[in-house]
Ligand binder design. Structure first.
Ligand code: NAD
Ligand code: TYD
Length: 344
């Protein structure tokens, strides 16, 4: 991919999408970027507060399932690349209310593929390591592994991946897919573990660790995910899938230690609560294929988690209103009984 481009960044007001938009505008100031976002609870205009007004950046509020609006937006802005971040993204929310995951992650992605096919636009799809299911010790997922998702979220993402690949095979659509590890960093909605634990620690509230806390995740800095996506957009091969992570995982209790240490908080805040149903024990990906494009991550997982925790300490303006708002209802539903039962 070379020259000037017009990108439709779906889900660009979410955590990774907003980090990507900011990064892309800085690296490619000649590009046009149209953020297309439904502004769900996780999509927040303030995630791009410092870049609205940049030349070439605009926002269309809409659902990726709205075929007419997606088509019209692509035509009006002469879009030549769709980067699809739009999704329902939290496993626990997918356990509480799974159907919207199919609506957005499966049907929404399918609509984007249809518009891309109709207008001849390249599509890059953002996927996740969760599509591989949980990974036995000693193995690292490679891109050709079979998909074995185990949560409604992961199943919806796996279905989307398969549709994207089917469109490449059947219609010859130009597509690429990246499968990201657990991302951490600025503007991550506090339902996810690292921002939840960081903001709870800053509020002096207990940290609800599911089960024994020995589950393993590769905590990758969102900036490294953005450079990985950029590498695939610029140098990736059509039809291919690329894993994006650090290639190193740690246990959740190790992650909690880093958060508490970074924020100078006490271990007495840790509560082991009732586990998440179907909780995947371990994710681990091999990222050699992306490295072969010349990409290397800047952060190791320890640095990534510590940097993220520091950001929440320095940016209370961003998360305090979220924590005071509708998030409280979700928190009560998800953690009320769990924390009650785990009282010391
Ligand atoms: P997020 O929940 O922070 O943001 C999702 C964004 O999508 C929000 O802006 C939301 O408003 C928007 N959206 C949701 N439904 C929509 C719809 N129907 N139409 C238009 N916009 C809609 O999510 P995130 O963590 O930034 O994740 C972005 C992508 O990366 C997702 O596809 C996710 O599956 C994938 N991913 C996330 C992680 C992670 O650790 N967070 C890891 C790997 C992959
Ligand atoms: P999460 O950020 O939800 O990402 P995912 O489940 O998609 O990997 O959770 C990361 C890990 O932290 C995962 O093993 C679940 C665990 N976790 C807790 O122990 N307590 C919590 O309150 C949350 C949200 C997650």
């Amino acid at each position: 991919m070379t020259g000037h481009h017009a990108l439709l960044v779906t889900g660009g007001c979410g955590f990774i999408g907003s980090n990507f938009v900011r990064y892309w505008l800085k690296q490619h100031p000649e590009s046009k970027v149209v953020v297309y976002d439904k502004l769900t609870y996780a999509g927040r205009k303030e995630n791009l507060h410092d870049v609205w007004g940049s030349p070439g950046l605009s926002l269309v509020v809409g659902d990726i399932g709205d075929r007419d609006l997606v088509r019209r937006t692509c035509q009006d802005h002469a879009i030549d690349l769709i980067v699809n971040f739009a999704a329902e993204t939290h496993v626990d929310q997918s356990i509480l209310g799974p159907l919207v995951f199919t609506d957005t992650n499966v049907r929404g992605t399918h609509v984007l593929l249809e518009v891309a096919r109709e207008l001849g636009i390249r599509l890059h799809h953002i996927s996740t390591d969760e599509v591989y299911g949980h990974i036995r010790d000693g193995h690292q997922s490679v891109e050709t592994d079979e998909l074995a998702p185990r949560s409604p979220y992961a199943a919806s993402k796996a279905a989307a991946d398969q549709l994207v690949q089917a469109y490449a095979i059947t219609y010859g659509l130009s597509v690429t897919i990246t499968r990201g590890a657990n991302n951490v960093g600025p503007y991550q909605y506090p339902e996810k573990a690292v921002p939840l634990f960081s903001t709870n620690a800053l509020l002096g509230e207990p940290l609800p660790v599911y089960g024994d806390g020995q589950q393993m995740r590769d905590y990758a800095h969102v900036e490294d995910h953005c450079t990985g996506i950029e590498a695939v957009l610029l140098k990736g091969k059509a039809g291919e899938v690329y894993n994006v992570g650090t290639g190193h995982e740690m246990t959740n209790l190790e992650m909690v230690d880093i958060v508490l240490e970074t924020l100078g908080q006490d271990h007495r805040l840790v509560r082991h609560v009732a586990d998440r149903p179907g909780h995947d024990r371990r994710y681990s990906m091999n990222v050699d294929k992306l490295r072969a494009l010349g990409w290397t991550p800047k952060y190791d997982p320890r640095q990534a988690v510590a940097e993220a925790a520091r950001w929440y300490a320095d940016n209370r303006w961003w998360w305090e209103p979220i924590r005071r708002g509708a998030f409280r209802e979700y928190y009560q539903k998800q953690y009320g009984e769990r924390l009650e039962a785990a009282r010391p």
